[in-house]
Design a protein. Structure first.
Length: 194
């Protein structure tokens, strides 16, 4: 019954015309991964590859994310439910507007309510700003758990660096963005097992 609600929401998203992005999308990018996941990963918005395939995190950044998930012992198919703050691609992969995020917000919140994750991973600054204090800098708060977020009782939120940023950061030395991201994902995996 619960997953039937998700299917109904996905059908509603397919018909959505709440913002201008419906006119330029090829595909709605609703979700990927397991509906039974204890970890939900929220990214920014679909890119060109995601818009083409209708799935989140399938381009270059998604492939890098997959590598990090494997190294951290997290299964994309079984341990994660993956979504974005938007369900449609903004032109030229620009940052989502407040209006676009508001239009998609009801769908995202419904997904959270149905999945009931233990942890929500906020992947990148745009996802982080949707739930945490907008004054936060992701470089300062990544890897920290936040609880008692209004409207999300019992869920821990943790920001991590976006894999598109990591594509430009090649070092794996201790303290590098790639090293920190791997440590964050390992910590998330341990937190789910507690």
């Amino acid at each position: 019954m619960t997953f039937e609600k998700l299917e109904n929401i996905e059908k509603e998203v397919q018909q959505c015309k709440s913002c201008p992005l419906f006119a330029t999308r090829n595909n709605v990018v609703f979700s990927d991964g397991s509906k039974n996941a204890k970890i939900m990963l929220i990214g920014e918005a679909p890119g060109a590859d995601e818009d083409k395939q209708g799935k989140p995190f399938v381009g270059r950044a998604g492939k890098l994310l997959n590598e990090f998930l494997i190294m951290a012992g997290i299964s994309r198919e079984e341990d994660l439910y993956i979504v974005n703050t938007l369900k449609c691609r903004p032109p030229e992969n620009r940052k989502p507007t407040k209006e676009e995020k508001n239009a998609c917000g009801k769908f995202l919140y419904a997904q959270i309510e149905i999945i009931k994750p233990k942890i929500i991973v906020l992947c990148g600054a745009t996802a982080m700003e949707s739930f945490l204090d907008k004054k936060f800098k992701i470089s300062k708060v990544r890897g920290q758990f936040f609880e008692n977020i209004e409207g999300f009782k019992g869920i821990k939120f943790i920001p991590i660096l976006h894999p598109s940023y990591l594509l430009r950061q090649h070092s794996t030395e201790i303290g590098s963005p790639r090293d920190l991201t791997l440590k964050d994902l390992i910590m998330i995996k341990k937190a789910v097992l507690e």
